[in-house]
Design a binder for this molecule. Structure first.
Ligand SMILES: Cc1cc2nc3c(=O)[nH]c(=O)nc-3n(C[C@H](O)[C@H](O)[C@H](O)COP(=O)(O)OP(=O)(O)OC[C@H]3O[C@@H](n4cnc5c(N)ncnc54)[C@H](O)[C@@H]3O)c2cc1C
Length: 398
């Protein structure tokens, strides 16, 4: 996302062929090559009626997504992708092969659950997988035109106050791309997915409750997990330009809604969008210090994704994303997710010295806070003391 997938005057390691996925249905685990995409994993697990918690766009790499955290349709039910990693195999900066698990290098496993690609090249991840009704999914998109946004947002906020872990919802404002043939006005899409394979009826009842509280202008259902996992792909074609910002927040009252709705109505261009993820559930029950991932208690996570095609739009689109993020600052609970962050100019006391650095050295402190950063720096000193892996949201060995 931040443009760290390639580099000038450096070396890109293409893991594209490490895409094998091996499912162990008896153990309920899945071993995934470090270069696999979400689609590779879903295709392999579905025949076993299993799913791994990952993200929502099928072409995303499991590697970067998991090492930063990984939020998606199963986050409330089973936690982040990173929370579901039980082991990882790495090649370190010195060429050493290392395994990270509860039994071997547990501190490294801790660091890989949110610390990004700082400690080595992960050649394979082993994930816990979960039973899911992969062909009888209860998943639905409620679509609202602008006049109904406020009432839908208010109803959704009330509905999210008391939900079982199995219900995940993501609220999106987007100008539909021409492929969808849905006009060129921005739309609000409330996407809901239910993850309890033993009680489908409970999911349907909750969907119905929201439908009655906020009748949608249109509704689309999906019952197939692979199709649902690629439903957002049309919004994410490759090769575009982008700048993203994110933050966590707890309240979605009139004051916050005013900001969100004003900004949502401003976006009149295809590509840029706004997502609000409802958090909580299993994700929130992971203790704050159990992984580097921050702000577990936040009720909502906002992701403002600027995506466009023409270089001439760089300045205005970036300014729009920054302006919206600034508007949200008074309501922010301080969470920052590395995988939803763009590349930022250097800040902090040494900003002038660091102006030419590939990444902002202060960004890691803002994301992880001082205590977790100290643990991550110790790991970096041990596994990459020369900072070979530095074109990332960098943990500097100092
Ligand atoms: C269209 C789109 C949709 C997205 N949707 C979601 C979503 O639903 N949920 C979510 O949580 N995030 C999402 N993201 C953010 C995503 O998690 C990050 O962009 C992430 O970096 C993608 O990882 P990648 O492997 O595809 O990227 P790459 O550009 O290939 O890698 C990015 C960096 O990750 C590190 N890395 C990648 N693989 C490895 C590895 N095997 N070993 C060591 N380091 C590695 C490296 O530092 C590399 O520079 C989305 C991004 C996009 C562009």
């Amino acid at each position: 996302m931040a443009g760290y997938g390639t580099v000038d005057k450096g070396l890109v390691i293409d893991l594209g062929q490490l895409s094998t996925v091996d499912v162990d249905p008896r153990e309920g685990t899945v071993r995934v090559g470090g270069g696999a995409t979400l689609a590779d994993v879903d295709r392999a697990t579905v025949p076993h009626g299993l799913a791994v918690p990952l993200g929502v766009v099928s072409g995303t790499g499991v590697g970067g997504l998991t090492l930063g955290g990984g939020v998606g349709w199963l986050t409330r039910a089973y936690g982040l992708a990173a929370d579901n990693v039980v082991a990882a195999d790495l090649v370190t900066a010195s060429g050493e092969r290392v395994r990270a698990s509860d039994a071997e290098n547990p501190e490294l496993l801790w660091g890989l659950r949110g610390g990004g690609g700082n400690f080595g090249v992960v050649t394979s991840f082993t994930f816990r997988a979960h039973r899911l009704p992969v062909h009888e999914l209860c998943a639905v998109n409620f679509v609202y035109a602008e006049p109904h946004w406020r009432s839908a947002l208010a109803a959704w906020e009330r509905w999210t106050r008391d939900l079982p872990d199995a219900m995940q919802s993501i609220l999106t404002f987007i100008v539909p791309p021409p492929e969808l043939d849905a006009g060129d006005e921005p739309l609000l899409i409330l996407a809901l997915a239910w993850a309890d394979p033993d009680d489908q009826a409970a999911g349907e009842r909750l969907v119905d409750e929201l439908r009655r509280a906020a009748p949608p202008d249109e509704e689309e259902r999906e019952s197939d997990w692979v199709a649902w996992q690629s439903a957002f792909d049309v919004l994410a074609t490759k090769g575009r330009r982008g700048y993203w910002k994110n933050t966590s927040f707890d309240r979605l009252d009139d004051e916050v809604m005013d900001v969100v709705l004003r900004r949502a109505a401003e976006q009149r261009w295809v590509g840029t969008g706004i997502d609000i993820h409802h958090m909580g559930g299993a994700f929130a029950r992971v203790p704050e210090d159990a992984t580097p991932f921050p702000a577990r208690s936040a009720r909502f996570w906002l992701n403002i994704y600027g995506v466009w095609e023409d270089a001439a739009d760089d300045a205005p689109r970036t300014a729009w994303v920054r302006g919206f993020a600034d508007d949200m600052q008074p309501f922010s609970t301080g969470g920052l997710y590395v995988n939803f962050m763009g590349r930022e100019p250097a800040t902090g006391p040494d900003a002038a010295r660091d102006a030419g650095a590939p990444t902002d050295p202060e960004a890691a402190r803002r994301v992880y806070g001082s205590e977790k950063l100290a643990r991550l720096v110790s790991l970096k000193r041990r596994f990459d003391p020369q900072n070979l892996f530095r074109l990332n949201h960098n943990i500097s060995p100092g």
